[in-house]
Design a protein around this ligand. Structure first.
Ligand SMILES: NC(=O)c1ccc[n+]([C@@H]2O[C@H](COP(=O)([O-])OP(=O)(O)OC[C@H]3O[C@@H](n4cnc5c(N)ncnc54)[C@H](O)[C@@H]3O)[C@@H](O)[C@H]2O)c1
Length: 289
């Protein structure tokens, strides 16, 4: 698994493309907005907060809470009305953990309270809503398009932040489960990014200074989003970025799984599932005859 670089040529492909970005008002989303605007893309931002002043007039901003289906549905509808069609979607909005899953919160009777799962709502449900709407609108685009999800380095490692890691494993699961459902059956590619520590609003920068850890600029991560949208050969990829270097992870991880299982098929369970799905389709076709 080799590191690769991302050239500026990829940016040319974004000119005049319509891109919806959630969480585009800060951090990784904002860095991506800037890069896309510079590349001549038409950018639509959905975020609970407005983009900062230099970017605000250059994008179409909708106040959107990604956990609200209605907010997101209205944004996609208005974006299509405004621009005619949608080319790419970046499901990026996310939050850091809210309290520790390991802490016990008790009510006034001393009974254990349910944990706060807001992180699942934003990082997973919000991402699934964006993806569902993205597929619906990209299907209508004759030229097709792509969706990029913001996963994390915690999507494929043991990372001791329970709600966050669970949500980001699920985002990788969302990407993997869609690979066989989209391209080439539909003209839609799906990929994800998994940034290492990045200097954004999610984690105060003084922590990194304090701990003496390296942290990358969100401008680097934004380039991994661009290459996944611009390069039409990329489907089902997960690009890890750390300190300016990029690696495609999922191909290597899945080929390792194949070796471990020692099977002819890379995903034996998926092979059976494809047969079940094909059987279901055949039954449906019979009923409509
Ligand atoms: N910073 C890192 O080290 C790092 C590493 C891996 C993955 N990520 C992921 O990157 C994504 C972007 O985060 P970031 O690091 O740029 O942080 P950030 O806080 O700078 O940006 C997050 C953006 O999402 C918006 N947002 C939060 N909740 C929202 C909601 N309910 N609806 C709509 N918008 C909402 C915020 O207003 C903000 O603009 C997240 O999914 C995060 O999990 C970050």
């Amino acid at each position: 698994m080799e590191d690769f670089t991302i050239s500026d040529d990829n940016l040319d492909d974004l000119k005049n493309k319509v891109v919806i970005i959630t969480g585009g008002s800060s951090g990784i989303g904002l860095a991506t907005v800037k890069l896309f605007v510079e590349s001549g893309a038409k950018v639509v931002v959905g975020d609970v907060n407005p983009p900062p002043e230099p970017e605000k007039p250059k994008v179409t901003y909708f106040p959107v809470d990604v956990t609200s289906w209605d907010d997101q549905a209205a944004m996609f509808k208005k974006a299509e009305e405004l621009h005619g069609s949608i080319d790419h979607v970046f499901a990026n909005a996310g939050i850091s953990p809210k309290g520790s899953f390991m802490d016990d919160q008790l009510d006034e009777n001393g009974e254990l309270l349910a944990p706060n799962l807001r992180v699942m709502d934003v990082n997973l449900t919000g991402c699934m809503y964006t993806t569902k709407l993205g597929i619906y609108y990209l299907k209508k685009n004759d030229k097709g398009g792509s969706i990029v999800l913001t996963a994390s380095a915690s999507s494929f490692q043991r990372f001791s932040v329970i709600d966050y890691t669970t949500s980001k494993h699920a985002v990788l699961g969302l990407m993997r489960s869609l690979v066989g459902n989209l391209h080439p059956n539909l003209p839609i590619r799906i990929n994800a990014i998994s940034p290492s520590w990045t200097n954004t609003g999610i984690m105060p920068p003084y922590f990194f200074t304090l701990l003496g850890n390296k942290v990358q600029s969100p401008d680097i991560v934004a380039r991994s989003v661009v290459v996944l949208m611009a390069d039409k050969s990329r489907h089902g990829q997960l690009i890890y970025s750390a300190e300016g270097k990029f690696k495609e992870m999922d191909g290597s991880m899945l080929s390792h799984v194949k070796k471990m299982l020692g099977s002819e098929s890379s995903e034996p369970e998926e092979g059976v599932m494809q047969k079940i799905l094909a059987y279901g389709e055949a039954m449906k076709a019979k009923q409509t005859l």
